[in-house]
Design a binder for this molecule. Structure first.
Ligand SMILES: NC(=O)c1ccc[n+]([C@@H]2O[C@H](COP(=O)([O-])OP(=O)(O)OC[C@H]3O[C@@H](n4cnc5c(N)ncnc54)[C@H](OP(=O)(O)O)[C@@H]3O)[C@@H](O)[C@H]2O)c1
Length: 224
């Protein structure tokens, strides 16, 4: 069956892999991305729309697809304040879900984070929990929420804290067994691959994928 996708966050680490995999996937016949700046990618299936994310409703028609992939996110350091962070990690995804429902999309796939918890005392985890809750409360037919652990992959931006965490978690990864497996760092490409596998299965209802499950799903694609 041929599918159509809208991708938010295509210039990011997970989003970049999602874009690459969606364009290479014969099941997807049309891929639209909403970006702030044009990407140097061209492909017969690809439509790029330059948007101001504060006025996403001006691109409402772009949400007339089956699958909406939301890989948006920032850091408090980059955004400059908690308020600016929340705009990217909460307001834009929730506005996207609203538009997805309004425009007849059937599935929303959200990249959240390990530890997302609307009741957390940690601002980052609380925001992720709140966005999950808002997305899950939509009346969309299928909602898929991905909670990756620390992401591995090549970034242009230097994130010292994440690099230190990567070194430590790589070193102790083999100790993280059983219920601790979800704390193992995960390749951003694996997250993108798992999102596309699940999108094509389109299970109805609300589903949450912890990081170890994401890694398992992605591993199945590699063994095929
Ligand atoms: N880093 C980790 O280890 C980690 C772990 C678990 C979960 N996560 C979550 O995973 C998700 C994806 O992470 P990632 O590392 O792939 O993200 P990333 O590389 O930082 O990319 C973020 C994307 O969001 C867009 N974005 C940021 N600020 C924006 C703004 N003000 N307006 C419009 N678009 C904006 C970026 O577009 P521009 O290029 O235009 O800025 C980019 O496409 C995020 O929600 C993150 O919180 C990350």
């Amino acid at each position: 069956m041929s599918r159509t996708a809208l991708l938010l966050g295509a210039s990011g680490l997970i989003g970049g892999y999602c874009l690459e995999l969606l364009l290479a996937d014969p099941d997807y016949t049309q891929v639209t991305i909403l970006v702030r700046q044009p990407l140097p990618t061209s492909h017969p299936k690809l439509t790029q729309r330059i948007v101001n994310f504060d006025r996403l409703n001006e691109a409402a028609d772009a949400f007339q697809v089956q699958d909406v992939f939301c890989c948006l996110g920032t850091t408090i350091k980059t955004a400059g304040s908690q308020e600016a962070f929340r705009k990217v990690d909460f307001n834009y995804p929730t506005e996207s879900v609203r538009l997805a429902l309004q425009q007849g999309a059937t599935q929303f796939l959200l990249v959240s984070s390990l530890g997302a918890d609307a009741k957390s005392s940690v601002f980052y985890s609380r925001t992720k929990g709140e966005v999950e809750r808002a997305v899950a409360a939509s009346d969309l037919c299928s909602v898929q929420i991905f909670r990756p652990s620390l992401l591995l992959g090549q970034r242009t931006e230097v994130r010292t804290g994440e690099r230190i965490a990567e070194t430590v978690s790589r070193a102790i990864s083999f100790l993280l067994l059983g219920p601790l497996r979800k704390y193992r760092p995960i390749e951003a490409r694996a997250v993108a691959a798992a999102m596309i596998v699940i999108a094509k299965q389109q299970p109805t209802g609300i589903h949450i994928y912890e990081s170890d499950r994401i890694a398992q799903i992605a591993a199945q694609t590699e063994s095929q």
